[in-house]
Design a protein around this ligand. Structure first.
Ligand code: SF4
Length: 385
């Protein structure tokens, strides 16, 4: 008698139909509509420290992050945005605090989107018309990110505390200001640290608008607690078809957030991994033309249909560490390529042999995956960026 261990031959059916939301583009990543739920994170470096920020973005990119947010609380941070936006391989969202003028700086810098928290930007409502005009001209969407901890004082007085109704009213009020100017390129978040309040907030919001929703539990806590809170809250909402992009907040390195986010989506059958080529954004340390190498590796692995993540990193200093969540990768420098598997260097080869060595190793890992019964997703080769 054969026992069914529940190993599916095909993807399980989704738990619920996705809520129908309008689609926006965050750089080259569609959010909302029928786009797959995307995973994002936020850097913890000082944004003004360009190299450290780009290095952390490289680490996030290699671990499967699709969109990255950087904080912009000062003029120095705003000045760093053009280089970061240009060099990042994944779309960069500028998270604006305090000063409306940084919104314009972020749009001018080429950021893929801007996040505003109306509760902590001075006289934000007065500036909405100008912001809508600039964002619309540049094709830059705005995330209206309401947080329980910085709720508009008027609503705090009206509701007494950050209830779901207060969070939703705050978000929809801001949307209405943008709508008055014909601007609807918006996504919304209504974050709370209590998953129950958060779930109820997003449920209400989902019924009252068709904007794409960014899910997040704010101040979720250290890795263990934050993982549980986010999994429970996102799981409840995503199982109802609510949520278009997610950010797990952990008091842990940002790449950990991506690991958890990807796992949540995979657990719910919302994410199929195929072959993924990710490359670092390159920085002052790069000793190789990362973009050309990434293109060659992509061409060499074309047609491979296993859920393998391959990282192409520009230097041997940080490359392996930044790509430790990748299955396989190369870090190049001094005319050589260090080939690594799961962040550990397994051999060093001359630069001319990097592509063929990666292909050999990819085949070997793919065979191992097939022996272990790992299923492949739709073949999809993509270079982040
Ligand atoms: S060149 Fe090296 S340090 Fe710079 S982003 Fe790439 S891997 Fe990171």
């Amino acid at each position: 008698m054969s026992v069914d261990l529940g190993m599916p031959n095909a993807r399980p059916r989704p738990l619920a139909e996705r809520r129908k939301s309008r689609q926006i583009m965050v750089g080259n990543v569609p959010v909302g509509g029928d786009a797959p739920v995307s995973v994002q994170s936020m850097t913890t470096t000082l944004t003004s420290d360009i190299n450290s920020t780009l290095q952390q973005i490289a680490e996030l990119t290699a671990s499967g992050c699709q969109i990255v947010r950087v904080a912009v609380p000062s003029a120095d941070d705003a000045e760093a945005l053009p280089i970061i936006a240009k060099k990042s391989q994944i779309p960069v969202i500028a998270d604006i605090h305090f000063q409306p003028k940084y919104v314009f700086a972020a749009i001018d810098a080429g950021c893929a989107a801007v996040r505003v928290n109306p509760g902590n930007i001075r006289k934000f409502d007065d500036k909405v018309g100008e912001i809508a005009k600039a964002a619309s001209a540049a094709g830059v969407p705005i995330r209206i990110g309401v947080n329980a901890g910085s709720l508009d004082k008027r609503l705090l007085e009206k509701y007494g505390r950050a209830t779901p109704e207060a969070l939703v009213e705050s978000a929809l009020w801001e949307c209405s200001l943008f709508e008055e100017h014909g601007f609807r390129d918006i996504k919304i978040s209504v974050k709370h640290n209590d998953p129950v309040v958060m779930i109820n907030s997003y449920r209400q919001l989902a019924q009252q608008c068709d904007y794409p929703l960014h899910l997040g539990v704010t101040e979720a806590g250290p890795a263990f607690q934050g993982t549980i809170k986010s999994s429970v809250a996102f799981g409840a909402l995503l199982a109802e078809g609510i949520g278009d992009t997610i950010r797990v907040s952990l008091s842990a390195p940002p790449a950990e957030e991506i690991k958890v986010g990807n796992q949540i989506l995979e657990s719910l059958g919302l994410r199929e991994r195929g072959l993924e080529i990710v490359s670092c954004p390159s920085c002052g340390r790069a000793q190789v033309d990362v973009y050309t190498l990434a293109e060659e590796v992509t061409a060499g692995l074309e047609g491979m249909d296993v859920p393998l993540r391959v990282a192409v990193m520009g230097c041997v200093v940080n490359g392996p560490g930044e790509a430790r969540e990748a299955d396989l990768g190369v870090a190049s420098g001094n005319g050589k390529g260090q080939i690594f598997v799961k962040g550990e260097v397994i051999k060093t080869v001359p630069e001319s042999q990097i592509v063929e060595t990666l292909i050999e190793e990819a085949m070997r890992i793919a065979e191992g995956m097939k022996d272990d019964g790992v299923e492949s997703g739709e073949p999809s080769v993509s270079i982040a960026g």
